[in-house]
Design a protein around this ligand. Structure first.
Ligand code: SAH
Ligand code: SF4
Length: 354
């Protein structure tokens, strides 16, 4: 069955035109129906009351609109809101909405779990379950719009569960849906793909003409330390990743989670500056959230500030991010892991009682 919501808008339009022609419907219906996919999303064809009832039920039968089911949401004291969605096959993924002044940034997932096992990451500890389809990636935005009476997020970051560049085909299409005027129409400069640096797909992303932003999860200034924190270093080594970034025509952001006593010394700030400066990269310093390996601790505040200052003293642009949504475990992957842990505890309690 064709899934319109997993197609880029042009392809969806073509598929729909074919289907309508086959059902002896007038051509102008296309322009009535396509906006209900993303621009003014319909929760179901039943809700598209500007269409004749017979057509609505035929559409529901032949081209159903897949939905994500909201399992739970958590609202942080700082306004960050976290969503746990259930997919058609029972898997669960997360998105996080971060309001900041006029901005509303939605952090979305690209896979269920992640195969890459970075030691500090809750999703990494969960392991890999499956790739998301384009409809499930863009669907996180669609559901939010349905819920918030049409309010489209201003910014999208692929910083939820999963490694987007290991699910390139679906992410490629989802990027088009997010950005296309017949999709959600979010400016490419407001859409950020975060990756550990999967080189073949990075080259594909670089080929796209739109100015999508790129964030590289670096977390260590040397290959040796990166290897300790991020197993992917074995496959795509730091020097090659840096080389690839230098050929990316756009400015990149380097993501660096500060881990106490691991990667937060001033000497490491010097090494990081050496790497970031020639790239003209912006360094995003992130406080470590819990959920990864239990022996890791966040850097203390004075150390974070000193690290940031040291980078700046080398002429590197660096931003120390505030921790958002700590009280709701908003580092991605944490809500699902937390719910599963709770369920496990409950199951164990039951087992003890019985
Ligand atoms: N797989 C991609 C995108 C998802 S992870 C990637 O790794 O870039 C998104 C961001 O969350 C990454 O920068 C990642 O390093 C960060 N992250 C993961 N675990 C974290 C934690 N425990 N605390 C803070 N940030 C974390
Ligand atoms: Fe996967 Fe990114 Fe987590 Fe690493 S940080 S395990 S790549 S989701």
């Amino acid at each position: 069955m064709t899934e319109l919501l997993s197609l880029a808008p042009d392809a969806a339009q073509a598929a729909l035109a074919d289907w309508l022609a086959g059902h002896a419907e007038p051509g102008y219906r296309v322009t009535q129906i396509v906006p209900r996919l993303w621009q003014r999303p319909a929760g179901s064809w039943e809700e598209a009351t500007d269409l004749p009832a017979a057509l609505r039920s035929q559409l529901a039968e032949a081209l159903p609109l897949g939905r994500l089911t909201l399992v739970t949401t958590q609202l942080s004291r700082d306004g960050t809101e976290k969503f746990l969605w259930k997919l058609a096959d029972g898997e669960a993924i997360e998105s996080v909405l971060i309001p900041e002044g006029k901005r509303r940034t939605l952090c979305i997932s690209s896979q269920v779990g992640c195969a890459l096992g970075c030691v500090f990451c809750a999703t990494g500890r969960m392991g890999f379950r499956r790739n998301l389809r384009a409809s499930e990636i863009a669907g996180q935005v669609r559901e939010l719009i349905l819920r918030d009476a049409g309010a489209v997020p201003t910014n999208i970051v692929f910083m939820g569960m999963g490694e987007p560049l290991l699910n390139w085909d679906a992410v490629d299409t989802a990027l088009t849906i997010l950005n296309h005027p017949d999709g959600f129409g979010i400016g490419a400069r407001h859409i950020t793909v975060s990756t550990v640096g999967i080189l073949p797909s990075l080259a594909q992303l670089a080929k796209r003409p739109e100015q999508f932003r790129l964030a590289l999860s670096l977390h260590a200034p040397t290959a040796q330390l990166r290897h300790e924190l991020m197993p992917i270093e074995k496959k795509y080594a730091l020097p090659d990743v840096v080389q690839a970034l230098s050929q990316f025509r756009r400015r990149v952001t380097l993501e660096y989670v500060l881990i106490g006593g691991k990667n937060d010394s001033l000497a490491q700030a010097d090494q990081l500056a050496k790497l970031a400066r020639p790239l003209g990269a912006l360094v995003n310093l992130l406080p470590l959230h819990p959920g990864g390996a239990p022996d890791l601790t966040p850097s203390d505040r004075p150390r974070m500030i000193a690290f940031e200052r040291r980078l700046k003293s080398h002429g590197v642009e660096a931003v120390l991010r505030r921790s958002r949504g700590l009280d709701i475990s908003a580092a991605c992957g944490q809500l699902r892991v937390e719910l599963e842990a709770r369920r496990k505890v409950r199951a164990e309690e039951h087992a003890r009682v019985e």
